[in-house]
Design a protein around this ligand. Structure first.
Ligand SMILES: C[S@@+](CC[C@H](N)C(=O)[O-])C[C@H]1O[C@@H](n2cnc3c(N)ncnc32)[C@H](O)[C@@H]1O
Length: 377
């Protein structure tokens, strides 16, 4: 009989096939490691898994059967520590009686043909075709290094609350855990001693925490539009004495105030976070990139209005797609001639011309882009 965690995992996969994925990384469960591992491996390899399964039936099954098959196939093809019979039996027990013989037959057939199927495996099959096409154009022969790295376990870093320095740690349980690129973005302005800081899109508050500790003499205003995420931001920053949280839409914020430092960590496709969120590659569609780009341009225009003479404006996204990164900056500079790009203050592994660019296979961090702009008005 499948245990309750397997049913939970099954529900997540079903919700994915129904187009309403429930976010659940099993962080509350004592037995989280195994289930997180199956979750991660399934989404990492879903492209290949679906192609392999597709050779074994004629008509695509419904969401229940697809979910049970994907979980079983992942364990059979990619998790050698789980016996095949156990993977098949577990998947069969997840679906109702009318589908059991079908799931059983497909998975047994898959197990029999495992070697033949795996001979056709390559990393590119684990990603959507449009994603491969885009990255092949920019990376050429380094594409496979980039993709292989995206399917690896991410590294973990911890920030010291006393010194605000970051160091690599073994797992997620040590100190204030944060991605190295995300941490670095909040410190890109370097040694500027601001009195006032505006964090335009702040929840859950990772960068607010870094801004607050890096500039302890500044007042940091952290704005978040989404009510649920605002509550999370408030909770996460409650211990920070120099932070004020505001629940508002930055696009509608009407204030004469000018801030010395403005950070716009804009909403984006989050395609740079695939290592930590392997499902993102399947949830995003190519058209989402254009939509995000349009909103980012609008938000950067608005954020610039909160700066005064000599203020610094940082634009960042956890995506590396040109439409969300360099194109946004080019568009901005065409319309704002008092602004110029300044060099980011960070580890040199991130420096790419005058931009901050974190390519995960080179930086051991999430994919991030940022640009530091100065208002010379
Ligand atoms: C990339 S996340 C920010 C991550 C955050 N800076 C951190 O480091 O923890 C973007 C956030 O912007 C919020 N957001 C989106 N549109 C907004 C708007 N118009 N005004 C304010 N917040 C917005 C989203 O709800 C989301 O929480």
């Amino acid at each position: 009989m499948a245990d309750k965690y397997r049913f939970r995992l099954f529900d997540i996969l079903k919700s994915y096939y129904q187009g309403i994925l429930k976010e659940d990384y099993f962080l509350d469960s004592a037995e989280q490691r195994l289930y997180r591992k199956i979750y991660f491996e399934t989404f990492r390899h879903l492209g290949f898994i679906e192609k392999a399964l597709g050779t074994l039936y004629k008509t695509a099954p419904d969401a229940d059967a697809r979910a049970a098959l994907a979980l079983g196939a992942c364990q059979i093809l990619f998790m050698n520590d789980i016996p095949e019979y156990a993977a098949v039996n577990e998947s069969v027990s997840l679906v109702d009686k009318s589908k059991r013989s079908f799931v059983n037959a497909v998975l047994r057939n898959l197990a029999r043909k495992k070697d033949e199927l795996m001979a056709g495996y390559n990393i590119r099959k684990d990603f959507p075709d449009w994603f491969i096409d885009r990255w092949e154009k920019s990376l050429g022969s380094e594409l496979d290094d980039f993709l292989n790295d995206l399917n690896k376990k991410p590294s973990f870093y911890s920030v010291s609350r006393d010194t605000m320095q970051i160091s690599k740690v073994r797992d997620e349980s040590d100190g204030y855990i944060m991605d190295y690129a995300s941490y670095s973005v909040a410190r890109l302005a370097g040694d500027i001693s601001p009195m006032s800081v505006l964090d335009c899109c702040a929840a859950p508050g990772g960068k607010t925490f870094v801004l607050s500790g890096t500039y302890p003499d500044a007042r940091v205003f952290a704005v978040e539009k989404n009510k649920r995420r605002y509550e999370q931001l408030k909770e996460n920053t409650a211990h920070l004495k120099n932070v004020d949280c505001v629940c508002a839409d930055i696009l509608e914020l009407d204030t004469e105030a000018e801030f010395d430092l403005v950070l716009l960590d804009a909403p984006c496709t989050a395609l740079g976070t695939i290592k930590r969120h392997p499902e993102v590659r399947w949830l995003r569609k190519q058209r989402d990139i254009k939509e995000c780009s349009k909103r980012q341009k609008e938000m950067l225009d608005k954020a610039a209005g909160f700066t005064g003479k000599n203020s610094t404006l940082i634009y960042s996204v956890c995506s590396l797609e040109p439409e969300e990164t360099t194109e946004v900056i080019e568009n901005f500079l065409t319309n704002h001639d008092t602004f110029s790009i300044v060099s980011p203050q960070c580890d040199e592994i991130f420096i790419n011309n005058d931009f901050f660019v974190s390519l995960p296979y080179k930086t051991d961090a999430d994919g991030f882009f940022a640009c530091v702009l100065k208002n010379n008005r």
